[in-house]
Design a protein around this ligand. Sequence first.
Ligand SMILES: CC(=O)N[C@H]1[C@@H](OP(=O)(O)OP(=O)(O)OC[C@H]2O[C@@H](n3ccc(=O)[nH]c3=O)[C@H](O)[C@@H]2O)O[C@H](CO)[C@@H](O)[C@@H]1O[C@H](C)C(=O)N[C@@H](C)C(=O)N[C@@H](CCC(=O)O)C(=O)O
Ligand SMILES: Nc1ncnc2c1ncn2[C@@H]1O[C@H](COP(=O)(O)OP(=O)(O)OP(=O)(O)O)[C@@H](O)[C@H]1O
Length: 454
Amino acid sequence: MSEWKFNRDAIRAFRFVRCGLDAQTGVAQLVYAFDDGPELVETVTIPGAPFVLEGARAVAVERALRLLHLITGVSYYKAAVPEEIRIDSYAIDADTAALLELIYVNGLGEFAYRNGLNLHGKIRFPVAAGDAEGMAPALGLREHALVAIGGGKDSLVSIEALRALDIGQTVTWIGGSQLIRACAERTGLPTLNIGRALASQLFDYNREGAWNGHIPVTVLNSAIMALAALLHGVDQVVFSNERSASYGSLIEGTGEVNHQWSKGWTCEKAFGEYLQRHVAADLHYYSLLRPLSELAVARQFARTDHYDAHFSSCNRNFHILGERPANRWCGVCPKCHFVFLALAPFMSKPRLVRIFGRNLLDDPAQTDGYDALLEYQNHKPFECVGEGRESRAAMAALSERPEWREDALVERFASEIRPQLSEEELRIEPLLVIDDEQRIPPKLWERLRAHLAT
Ligand SMILES: CC(=O)N[C@H]1[C@@H](OP(=O)(O)OP(=O)(O)OC[C@H]2O[C@@H](n3ccc(=O)[nH]c3=O)[C@H](O)[C@@H]2O)O[C@H](CO)[C@@H](O)[C@@H]1O[C@H](C)C(=O)N[C@@H](C)C(=O)N[C@@H](CCC(=O)O)C(=O)O
Ligand SMILES: Nc1ncnc2c1ncn2[C@@H]1O[C@H](COP(=O)(O)OP(=O)(O)OP(=O)(O)O)[C@@H](O)[C@H]1O
């Protein structure tokens, strides 16, 4: 092949070249290319091999593998955003194309906004006429949950809820994070660590001028977990995406841009329904925390101190490349700001300060960060943080507590920001209400609702 150089503006097509799974090793290869450039090979390694795959289960695994191939392509597609998308080795139907267009356009929403691109109407997956796959059958999967763990508070709340309800679970994570491993081991439950390696050329392309930005990583992890569930013959893939994740940042002149779109309800519903229609009728994908706001999750988390010395919600711990914070909490990013504020109404001040190693609410250098969370003179940050009204309600609650009200940022909220707000909207209780919009299996939901209400 002649020397091929990555040139974002000259690329015409993004190709889904092929995908394959070696049942003997559990290694899946997901292969892509731009035009006739080199193959970009991502690998996902699912422990537990060899897997015996026959009949309907083998068909379901192949469908889940293709879905993973199609979703994971987003990391590479975004590098050039070419006009054309091609699928070289299999065909997809209109339903699949619709799901992918939904995921690519919305999941790349922040990416597009930050790069000044408009992806609406531009992303078209080729539909092969007459290839409808038909409804997927039930596979007789074993009742057991693969629960995603991310090292932060949310998944730990789900894991403890499932434990309280006596649901069999395997704590599962993707990638090599030692922090996540420590939390997973701290649960004392069975664990599954899935390997993932991006094609190394992506990092070269980034240096050579590729478009870059956020991708919908949660739905990508969800597709990996769905494949793992089928290989292990279990019927549930459980995430911990809260209600608040469905709300984005309101940008003047642009509208809503949601950094965490693939954690939101629209994505959960579309992806979960697709799995049942096209992959396995008895594979249940759901978020256990969907009925809860971030504040309600924080309240649940505060019930036990078992993970205080292990967990972190700070995303700076999770870079593939580059530095990680020396402490588990960098203390200056939006997630640190928000989690500190969200936990403060529900745990003792000494405990919270011990977790973070400092009091973020008494540090005037964090003023701009907190203003953004409060949507005061700024928009909600592009991060996994709660709604502005949750931050305002938490701050209002703290400004009434003697142990918090004299801290610099609480005092500033009380004197400068609170007078401009309606008191009715500052109440925490309405934000703690358990919602009904969720797709938790009904027989679990009955018991879970009672557990969460206590
Ligand atoms: C750890 C982190 O926050 N990373 C985001 C960051 O990437 P950065 O370059 O600083 O570091 P790396 O994560 O090491 O990524 C290196 C490059 O690889 C690309 N990439 C990575 C993973 C992948 O699956 N596909 C990729 O293409 C990445 O773009 C880098 O070029 O900034 C990036 C640009 O904004 C973000 O895309 C990185 O986010 C990661 C994909 C990630 O895993 N982030 C989670 C911690 C995260 O943001 N979770 C969300 C969930 C919301 C959702 O599903 O959309 C959240 O907590 O809100
Ligand atoms: N590396 C990973 N492997 C598997 N699942 C992950 C991974 N990282 C995040 N997740 C899952 O993605 C979802 C969203 O992640 P998120 O960071 O919001 O959750 P968290 O880490 O549990 O809590 P927090 O919001 O406090 O960080 C959660 O269900 C989480 O378990």
